[in-house]
Design a protein around this ligand. Structure first.
Ligand SMILES: [Zn+2]
Length: 341
């Protein structure tokens, strides 16, 4: 085994994560425990042992494409627990009514875990504007105590339409002081083409926010072309299908567009048959700025170190290539990253 393929080497390497959905990354297991405790012994709400395995939720025989992701993320017992808890009151003060039980300490704890894992600049994705005050406080404390810096992306969900997208963008622009560094277009890529969101994302761009778009995950290269040329995406969430189009790869390289690969996520959603089937080598050989990310680490049972370790092992990457994946992420972080050694 090469040094770069050692999990220890990767854990100790200072790292930068670009693509981590906060909602499913919070301590759902702990939330479940607390929910059960708070509602008494006869309550049949899901407990920690009921958090369903991603493989079972994303059953390829039953669900395909984006529907499979929806099942994985929202219809899992973990997802239902999360929905119950996502009220502004509970997010901030927690179910027991005591400060210290809600989003703020959990986010700080999540950042603490990432810091212990060598991450220096995670950029979690965010769904609800009312979380931002609590998140800003957790972010500031994690930075001063642990030296881990973070920035937030406000996620625009395609299925909710362009009007809501514009509202989210206005919230993001108003919250730059809370640590919002950009917006992310996510959701059903096949049925809601990027062009629908040109106006809201144009507003974000004019305001100086970074733009990242989930594309080339469930849909083909055309979706990536549109995201880059119509929406001004500087980063593409996933983007693995760009590898099907060599002209597109040239343009991505020339424009310095960064791809946020999330290998385990792709594997669980059936987008590649095996880790080795990911087009990582082709993307690297084309000179595209490639990064590796964890996407939904709680649901997928992964973290950034494991993702980097998996690709280093699968594709026999050397230390220089692993480091390059990290420096690519640092360059694309939409905000200054503390110096990496
Ligand atoms: Zn994602």
């Amino acid at each position: 085994m090469t040094l770069a393929a050692s999990l220890q080497f990767i854990r100790e390497l200072p790292k930068v994560e670009l693509h981590l959905h906060l909602e499913t990354s919070l301590r759902l297991r702990r939330l479940a425990e607390r929910g059960r405790r708070a509602s008494g012994p006869h309550d049949d709400s899901p407990g920690p042992s009921d958090v369903t395995e991603p493989q079972r939720i994303a059953d390829p025989a039953r669900f395909t494409g984006y529907d499979r992701l929806r099942r994985l993320r929202y219809l899992s017992r973990a997802g239902r627990i999360a929905d119950e808890w996502y009220t502004p009151e509970r997010m901030v003060v927690g179910v027991s009514g005591k400060v210290g039980e809600g989003l703020e300490p959990m986010l700080e704890e999540l950042l603490g875990d990432m810091s212990a894992n060598g991450e220096r600049r995670p950029v979690p994705l965010l769904g609800a504007d009312r979380m931002l005050g609590a998140m800003a406080r957790a972010r500031a404390r994690a930075e001063s105590r642990l030296g881990i810096s973070s920035g937030f992306l406000v996620t625009i969900v395609r299925e909710r339409g362009p009007e809501e997208a514009e509202q989210r963008v206005r919230e993001a622009i108003a919250c730059r002081d809370c640590g919002v560094v950009g917006v992310d277009l996510a959701g059903d890529e096949q049925n809601y083409p990027p062009a629908l969101f040109a106006r809201p994302l144009g507003l974000a761009r004019e305001a100086g926010l970074g733009i990242t778009v989930h594309a080339g995950e469930f849909a083909g290269p055309a979706s990536v072309w549109t995201a880059v040329y119509h929406l001004g995406a500087q980063r593409i969430g996933h983007g693995i299908r760009a590898a099907d189009d060599s002209e597109l790869l040239t343009r991505l390289r020339e424009r310095g567009v960064t791809l946020e690969l999330c290998p385990t996520s792709n594997l669980h959603l059936g987008l590649c048959a095996s880790m080795g089937a990911l087009p990582l080598r082709r993307l690297l050989d084309a000179g595209v700025s490639v990064t590796v990310n964890s996407d939904d680490p709680m649901l997928l049972g992964t973290d950034l170190s494991r993702e980097l370790h998996a690709v280093a092992t699968t594709f026999s990457l050397g230390a220089a290539e692993v480091t390059r994946l990290v420096t690519n992420a640092a360059r694309a972080a939409f905000a200054p990253v503390p110096a990496l050694p």
